[in-house]
Write a protein that binds this ligand. Structure first.
Ligand code: ZN
Length: 164
């Protein structure tokens, strides 16, 4: 599976709700987790594979692999943290992003069972980053204009894009 990179218009579009959690969705979730492990990433949204469905997976160190289908962010803490983020869709580019420290998210798993988790630390950050993908938002969009413009310029000139 090929991961779309910034510049592809699909990354700016909103993903659509999944009507039915069936074997096709389970297969997709499995493929996403495989792709994520292969890329040594910590989060991946289907949108990044050009599949415009509301599903993302996470694989954060010291945490189980997680699948989020049709997620809703129920609550975010007022308290924020700043941390360096990267994205498989923006290879070679990293930047400091401010996000809520805690997040409560409700979603369905691949078996069609609803769950709610309260996440903190890196998992909370990854959930917010991946949820943004479902809304067509990239981490650069969360940065101050001057920094975003600089990093977008660096990306355009090809830094880090040795795989393309
Ligand atoms: Zn990303």
């Amino acid at each position: 599976m090929q991961i779309l990179t910034m510049g592809n218009d699909l990354l700016k579009q909103k993903a659509v709700r999944i009507d039915k959690i069936d074997s096709k969705i389970r297969e997709l979730a499995g493929q996403m987790l495989e792709a994520l492990a292969a890329e040594k990433g910590i989060g991946l949204a289907a949108v990044q594979l050009g599949i415009m469905k509301r599903i993302f997976v996470t694989r954060v160190q010291n945490d189980e692999e997680r699948i989020f289908i049709n997620p809703s962010i129920l609550e975010t803490s007022v308290k924020t943290t700043k941390y360096e983020e990267g994205c498989l869709s923006i290879p070679g580019i990293y930047g400091q992003v401010v996000r809520s420290e805690l997040v409560t998210v409700q979603a369905w798993n691949e078996k069609g069972r609803p769950f709610t988790i309260e996440a903190e630390g890196l998992l909370a950050r990854v959930i917010q980053h991946e949820y943004d993908h479902l809304e067509g938002i990239l981490f650069l969009d969360r940065m101050p204009d001057d920094k975003r413009i600089k990093l977008a310029e660096k990306y355009k000139t090809g830094a880090g894009r040795d795989t393309n």
